[in-house]
Design a protein around this ligand. Structure first.
Ligand code: BGC
Length: 457
């Protein structure tokens, strides 16, 4: 791919951010009395992590806060997205807040504010305390109230300085990858038996949103992974398979939040979600913004009749791929198309925030100048796609790069580098890549364009 020319007018209308998550960067997993999470349990399963690694020390960010803050400040970001792990705050998933952990995140928040960057924390980036999973995890309705209590504890400590919050990261991935097929923690393989976790997560988000708003939060939202689903062939069977996958990956989560309805699961011969009383009203009224993480489109074809599920995910023909190979096709127009489609389905939706977008590419392990042409091309093409969606009337307000740093990529360990900054995992040394300077300049250019516009007005 070659870099596309990013439209300055579309850029000028966006806020800029970059993201990380706790287990992927922090290390120091037991520091300050932290409890175990389902990712500690996953790491302990023999052969589970592709390169045999652990999340220790990852980028050593729990101890290198100052280094990360300097990188954030150097980019000139409007906001920084980071996650606070539940098991650090409530090691057993219930009870009083762990003061040392809350103090740590207060220091992160203060450091960001001092650098003129708005802190934008995520309360749950896939790290369920092991104690909560032992009680049923997201399959249990009780987890809803427990998550609300955890959110209230964090808000009580940080709510005077943090006004924008993400509650959950990518509930679709927790349901599909965590509980349905087991590619992520907690590694359950329940297939359709996983679907109650979708409702419980949305409800937990709504409880957390209530707790955050009650403590003064101005802007609360959830960020989900969205994909643009393409039928492999233009046949009725493949269109039907694509519709099922779209329902499970996208609509199961977006419709309760944006329309207060649940999609019809009867088409799959499935029981309805475990919705009680005013659940849907609480979910529908719960967001100030809608977060979209986007990485790739998904192409599906109809599965063989005897299969348990009616679709099969296949490589997307005719497009380049990222470091993950055919599993992660590159198609920037898919981001534009899904944003326009989402807005068409929900015309009065709240503002959209792109909470993650990025890609891994094969890179040398050693620190050194990484030109990073592929990442720059990927990011600029996707920012252009966001600009096209804005031109078509979609209310996108913010764009976030995944990720600030190379990091520990879940069950893929250290094999995939997503960072604007190269990290040497044996020394912790950080070396900005070409994409870091490119993003910094893009942000600065945007500000200059805004200033020029303001001077003309
Ligand atoms: C997750 C990140 C992850 C990224 C790349 C997103 O689904 O939120 O934690 O590293 O994708 O796989």
């Amino acid at each position: 791919m070659t870099p596309l020319s990013t439209d300055p007018a579309a850029r000028a209308r966006l806020r800029w951010s970059a993201a990380t998550s706790s287990v992927q960067i922090e290390g120091s997993r037991r520091a300050d009395g932290a409890g175990r999470s389902i990712w500690d349990d996953e790491i302990a399963k023999p052969g589970r992590i592709r390169d045999g690694s652990t999340a220790e020390p990852a980028c050593d960010s729990y101890r290198r806060v100052a280094d990360d803050l300097a990188l954030v400040a150097g980019l000139g970001l409007d906001r920084y997205r980071f996650s606070i792990p539940w098991a650090r705050v409530q090691p057993d998933g219930r009870g009083p807040g762990n003061v040392a952990a809350l103090d740590h995140y207060a220091r992160v928040v203060d450091g960001l504010l001092a650098a003129g960057v708005t802190p934008f924390p995520t309360l749950y980036h896939w790290e369920l305390p092991s104690a909560v999973e032992a009680d049923g995890g997201w399959l249990a309705r009780d987890t809803v109230e427990r998550f609300g209590e955890y959110a209230a504890l964090v808000a009580a400590r940080l709510g005077d300085r943090v006004s924008s919050w993400y509650t959950l990261n990518e509930p679709a991935m927790t349901t599909l990858q965590g509980y349905a097929v087991g590619a992520l923690a907690p590694g359950r393989q329940l297939l359709y038996g996983a679907l109650p976790t979708a409702h419980h997560q949305l409800l937990a988000h709504s409880r957390a949103a209530e707790a955050l708003h009650a403590r003064g939060a101005a802007s609360v939202g959830l960020v989900n992974n969205h994909t643009w689903v393409l039928p492999l062939r233009d046949t009725e069977e493949d269109q039907a398979a694509a519709a099922v996958y779209d329902l499970l990956h996208n609509r199961l989560f977006s419709e309760p939040l944006l329309s207060g309805t649940t999609p019809d699961l009867e088409v799959l011969g499935l029981p309805p979600l475990p919705v009680l009383g005013d659940d849907l009203a609480r979910i529908a009224g719960s967001i100030d913004f809608y977060g979209v993480n986007f990485y790739n489109p998904t192409t599906v074809t109809a599965a063989a009749a005897e299969d348990d599920i009616p679709f099969e995910i296949v490589p997307t023909p005719g497009v380049p791929v990222t470091g993950f190979g055919p599993e992660w096709p590159i198609m920037p127009s898919a981001l534009r198309d899904l944003l326009i489609d989402l807005h068409r389905r929900h015309p009065s939706m709240p503002p959209i925030i792109i909470g993650e977008n990025g890609a891994s590419f094969p890179e040398p392990d050693v620190a050194g100048p990484v030109e990073d042409i592929d990442r720059i091309a990927y990011l600029s093409a996707h920012i252009d796609a966001v600009g096209e969606a804005i031109d078509a009337g979609v209310p996108v307000e913010e764009y976030t790069v995944w990720s600030l740093l190379d990091n520990w990529e879940w069950t893929d360990g250290y094999t995939q580098r997503f960072g604007l900054v190269h990290v040497d995992f044996s020394t912790g040394e950080r070396t900005p890549k070409g994409s870091y300077g490119w993003y910094r300049d893009l942000i600065a250019g945007t500000r200059a364009a805004e200033d020029a516009e303001a001077a003309r007005a």
